[in-house]
Write a protein that binds this ligand. Structure first.
Ligand SMILES: Nc1ncnc2c1ncn2[C@@H]1O[C@H](COP(=O)(O)OP(=O)(O)OP(=O)(O)O)[C@@H](O)[C@H]1O
Ligand SMILES: [Mg+2]
Length: 212
């Protein structure tokens, strides 16, 4: 089974994945937890290039780098794990490409679809949890500051995070559109709820969808 988590930076994906991995592992299920971009030696190198804020990368270059990282992860890790019957939990997958490179950077959505099909070998998650939060809230949370400048440029931000608040608003709109198009796969959860409550909702939804 393939479970993916989506949402803008700081929405709480890693927090919930850590809790879910512990929960599923305690039930005796063989879980593999991975993040995008990255997950293989080559893909981690691509991640470093993508997040390095000294690089000025074009939107198409960014798309192809993310997609190259994904192709490595899918073919070398995800497909073999799924074939062995493992549960794979993925921190971001192709919905991030549609939201960030499509709605955020403005790349044609039809073109994106072709590249997504190529890089994923057609794999689709069984279920996707989207953690829904306003960009301002997510960034405040991420950097644990009371106020984040709307056009943040701090050295501590990676290349993607320096894209600006308007970019993140477009990404959020993109996610909303993606959910509208795939309501049977994507579950949207209010990310402002407490960490334990969100975890509880996620485990309940998984039990409802995939009773063992
Ligand atoms: N429901 C929540 N309520 C309050 N704070 C939260 C909640 N979930 C996560 N946080 C906190 O928000 C911060 C960002 O969370 P986390 O790193 O899980 O987000 P993320 O979606 O993985 O971000 P990124 O995309 O940048 O990796 C962390 O400090 C985390 O403890
Ligand atoms: Mg994270």
């Amino acid at each position: 089974m393939l479970i993916t988590f989506e949402g803008i930076d700081g929405a709480g994906k890693s927090t919930q994945i850590t809790k879910l991995v512990r929960h599923i592992t305690n039930q005796g299920v063989d879980v593999l937890s991975l993040r995008e971009p990255g997950g293989t030696a080559a893909a981690e190198k691509i991640r470093t290039i993508l997040l390095d804020n000294s690089h000025n990368i074009s939107p198409i270059g960014e798309l192809l780098l993310f997609s190259a990282s994904r192709a490595e992860l899918v073919q070398n890790v995800i497909m073999p794990a799924l074939a062995e019957g493992k549960t794979v939990i993925l921190d971001r997958f192709f919905d991030s490409t549609t939201a960030y490179q499509g709605y955020g950077r403005g790349i044609d959505l039809g073109l994106l679809q072709s590249i997504i099909s190529l890089s994923t070998c057609g794999i689709t998650p069984d279920i996707t949890f989207y953690l829904d939060i306003e960009p301002e809230e997510a960034l405040k949370r991420k950097f644990a500051k009371s106020s984040i400048p709307l056009e943040f440029e701090g050295e501590e931000l990676d290349r993607m995070e320096r894209s600006g608040i308007e970019f993140y608003r477009n990404v959020q709109k993109g996610y909303q559109e993606i959910i509208r198009m795939s309501p049977e796969r994507i579950v949207s959860i209010n990310a402002l709820e407490s960490i334990p409550l969100i975890h509880h909702k996620i485990t309940e939804i998984l039990m409802d969808h995939f009773p063992c």
